[in-house]
Design a protein around this ligand. Structure first.
Ligand SMILES: [Mg+2]
Length: 210
């Protein structure tokens, strides 16, 4: 675990969903890109939103939704996710989800958790909400407002560069999750780098204000 910050106080944790709270690998963006005709390396949501024809856009979104729904059904909690979420609850820490996925897929995937329910999250923001998706900081700023916590005291945890970029731009504290090397390397600087979610306990023990 790398430490980049010295004195910060963490009062809430906002998690990315896919590949962060769920096991990485269930969403294969290479396959999805091919199915919707998105060039390699382009983010799928932005590609679809940029399509000129409304009909094409609707069709591509339908394809994306179908892939995500199937991936959500197959997905499993990430290693240590349920433990860490329960730990955060015992610490009185507010917890939320911020995702580029749809709410229905997030709820489907949460059904595969044994001890965690949607109601355990104080806020869940998905692409169904009106905020621009990550890497825009909008959702993180909105979530911090809903939690009633200054964004500078919110820890954003995610397995993709967009999570770190969004968190950083919002002024939050950021943790990049490498999933023991299976995440794409993050080119954006984060405050923490975690090999696995269990390392969050250590960070919370150090930086929680109580
Ligand atoms: Mg992710």
């Amino acid at each position: 675990m790398d430490f980049q910050i010295a004195t910060k106080s963490i009062r809430a944790v906002l998690f990315d969903f896919d590949g962060t709270l769920t096991e990485p690998g269930s969403l294969d963006f290479g396959v999805i890109r091919e199915a919707v005709g998105c060039p390699k390396g382009r983010p799928v949501l932005e590609f679809i939103n940029g399509m000129a024809s409304q009909a094409e856009r609707a069709e591509a979104l339908k394809i994306l939704d179908a892939f995500e729904a199937e991936a959500a059904r197959q997905s499993r909690p990430n290693s240590g996710a349920e433990d860490v979420l329960e730990f955060l609850r015992t610490q009185g820490m507010k917890v939320g989800i911020i995702s580029r996925n749809s709410m229905v897929s997030i709820r489907t995937a949460l059904n595969n958790f044994e001890r965690i329910r949607p109601a355990d999250f104080a806020v869940i923001l998905s692409r169904d909400d009106t905020y621009n998706p990550k890497p825009s900081p909008e959702g993180i700023l909105a979530a911090a407002g809903m939690l009633g916590i200054p964004v500078t005291q919110v820890l954003v945890v995610g397995d993709f560069v967009f999570d770190v970029e969004a968190g950083r731009k919002a002024g939050a504290i950021t943790a990049f999750l490498t999933n023991r090397g299976s995440s794409h390397p993050c080119a954006y600087p984060s405050d923490f780098t975690l090999e696995h979610l269990g390392e969050l306990k250590e960070i919370i023990n150090l930086y929680a204000p109580f």
